[in-house]
Design a protein around this ligand. Sequence first.
Ligand code: NAP
Length: 296
Amino acid sequence: MPTERVPAPEGNDTLHPTTTFPSRSFAGQPVVHSAAGATMPALGLGTWRLDDQETERVTRQALDIGYRHIDTAQMYDNEAGVGRGVSAAGVDRSDVFITTKIANDCHEPEELVASVERSLEALDTDHLDLLLIHWPTDYDRIGATAAAMANVHAGGLTRHIGLSNFTIEQLDEVEHMAPFEVLQVECHPFLQQTELRRWCDERGWIFTAYSPIARGDVLHDDTIRDIAAAHRTEPTSVALAWLLAHGVAAIPKSGDADHLAANWGARSVQLTDDDLARIDDLDEGRRLIDPDSAPW
Ligand code: NAP
């Protein structure tokens, strides 16, 4: 919970947070850090394509298992389910890292702020942990959108802000427009995003992998299956362990209790240097999320 709430500044000249949030350690689970001070549980729950009711059930199940990081979005239409799931699990709100993302039609500053207020209400919380621009739509107006993100951050509505689905060229232009510190993009053994990961590493940004098990494709890869057999685990857990070993956060989605538990177990899979090198060799630029409006 914020210790103090002040209104968001009117202009774009005050970009420093005016709200102090207590720091958290997320004890007992792997975390990733940004240079600017964000701490995020490295393994989270994705919720895309879960409806509101399913999201409530799955959020609760995930929190019961031990997850403390939930990824939603305004466009998923399930933020209220996340809010009810957190409440039903009886976990302290301040112990959960909740990410949501600005919908593509909410980039105008006034609408962006209004959409964040709606997200907070749906999630039944007074602050987000991370707010992302979901896609770089209306990119010619990104300056105004970034300034609105900075103001939402400075006003204490979110601990951290970041970007999703931006290209390196766009990141180079946008990185100083607001105190962004997280990038979320598609990343898995078949689309390793080496350049974007390096870009984030050089700046101390957190890199989060979406579709981290390649939407199930890792189940069919011979190399990953072979490594999984050697470790007596699932191919999905090998893919997640590979990301964690590279210092990447991962947010696998599952609506299935057994899969949730299996994915959570990936934290204890210790891949060898040889395993990591064999998976590093699987990159083939296989992109699974590729809408016509994408910037690449
Ligand atoms: P994903 O997590 O790579 O894969 C999800 C699929 O894998 C589902 O069909 C799920 O089915 C299955 N699965 C999960 N665990 C499994 C296991 N242990 N064994 C077998 N199958 C398993 O794909 P994703 O949902 O595209 O990505 C994850 C999250 O990233 C999303 O939910 C969303 O939160 C986020 N995301 C963000 C963006 C963005 O634009 N920023 C785009 C895409 C995704 P079951 O449900 O049956 O387990």
